[in-house]
Design a protein around this ligand. Structure first.
Ligand SMILES: [Zn+2]
Ligand SMILES: [Zn+2]
Length: 312
């Protein structure tokens, strides 16, 4: 009998959630890397898919291998391909370990891979684009772990000055009158690996346009495993959905064994069909491709090059 070729590697998850794309791969214990190309950021780098190299920032949630295994490779490849140094944003508690890991590679390779490391304490921010900040906050997991919120800062004219002519406003500004106030718009929240806790109802999480969170366990008999591993599970997601204001909740980090049809059915039973309308699974390739095809048809356009990257 003739030997078979190796199986094809799994494809990237992809959701078009205008104005953002959420793409990458996430399987519990194996790898998680979720990229938002429009924001130049990846969340976690369990393995480094080629497309992730294009993002200048990687926000690392915690040190488990399925979230950082591709981090050194990402930095090295970006440098090798002439894309500039990568910037790692992480929880200050794990920054020294990341530095030691990176210097281990310098020793092994006998060459220096340049990278930037931005260590955040809770509620500190790193700027990733003009007026767009990446804010870290603690979540609850078996090791030190962070979640992130991408927050846009907009300045808005104070109500008392609305409707004034331009020259009047200029005059006030010249007199150093503070005519604007700062508005914080949470765009995206990424929770990493987390047990349910108060971090889920932080303002910038609850009000984010897109929330990306793990849901490692969906079966009722796995609740104890979720508790021990400090992970999210179906009941907690359903309860959380009642207070989430997001347009879309993207679920990641399901185990490879989880049947997505079952997961969807069980969550629908718990949360109700109305709440489920905002829930998407990053790795549900068939559903997501149908959804994308409908988006393309509605836009009246031909299927673009994005489609070519998403085969089964
Ligand atoms: Zn994980
Ligand atoms: Zn973990």
């Amino acid at each position: 009998m003739i030997a078979k070729p190796p199986p094809r590697e799994g494809s990237m998850g992809f959701l078009l959630l205008p104005p953002y794309r959420v793409q990458g791969t996430s399987i519990a214990g194996e790898t998680t890397c979720v990229q938002i190309p429009e924001l130049d950021v990846c969340f976690d780098m369990g393995q480094c898919p080629r497309m992730a190299l294009a993002s200048k920032y990687v926000a690392v949630s915690h040190g488990h291998m399925d979230h950082i295994g591709g981090l050194a490779y990402y930095c090295s490849q970006r440098h090798f391909q002439g894309m500039g140094e990568g910037t790692i944003v992480c929880d200050a508690r794990i920054a020294p370990s990341i530095e030691r890991m990176m210097s281990g590679y310098v020793e092994l390779e006998r060459q220096n891979t340049p990278y930037k490391l931005v260590a955040l304490r809770p509620d500190e921010e790193a700027q990733i684009k003009n007026n767009i900040m990446l804010r870290g906050f603690e979540v609850e997991h078996t090791v030190p772990a962070f979640g992130y919120a991408v927050v846009e800062k907009r300045s808005k004219l104070k109500e008392e000055y609305a409707g004034l002519p331009q020259e009047k406003l200029r005059e006030l500004r010249d007199r150093n009158v503070e005519i604007t106030r700062q508005l914080q718009v949470p765009l995206i929240a990424y929770l990493g690996d987390t047990a349910p806790g108060p971090q889920l109802i932080r303002d910038e999480v609850r009000k984010a346009q897109i929330v990306i969170c793990e849901c490692t366990f969906t079966e009722p008999e796995h609740k104890e495993r979720a508790r021990v591993g400090m992970h999210m599970y179906a009941e907690a997601i359903a309860e959380w959905l009642r207070v989430l204001e997001c347009q879309t909740l993207v679920l990641t980090h399901l185990s490879r064994r989880t049947n997505l049809g079952y997961a969807r059915k069980r969550l629908t039973e718990l949360a109700g069909p109305a709440a489920m309308r905002k829930v998407q699974f990053l790795m549900d390739h068939r559903t997501n491709r149908d959804r994308y095809d409908r988006q393309v048809a509605e836009a009246g356009e031909k299927v673009g090059p994005i489609r070519e990257d998403t085969d089964d």
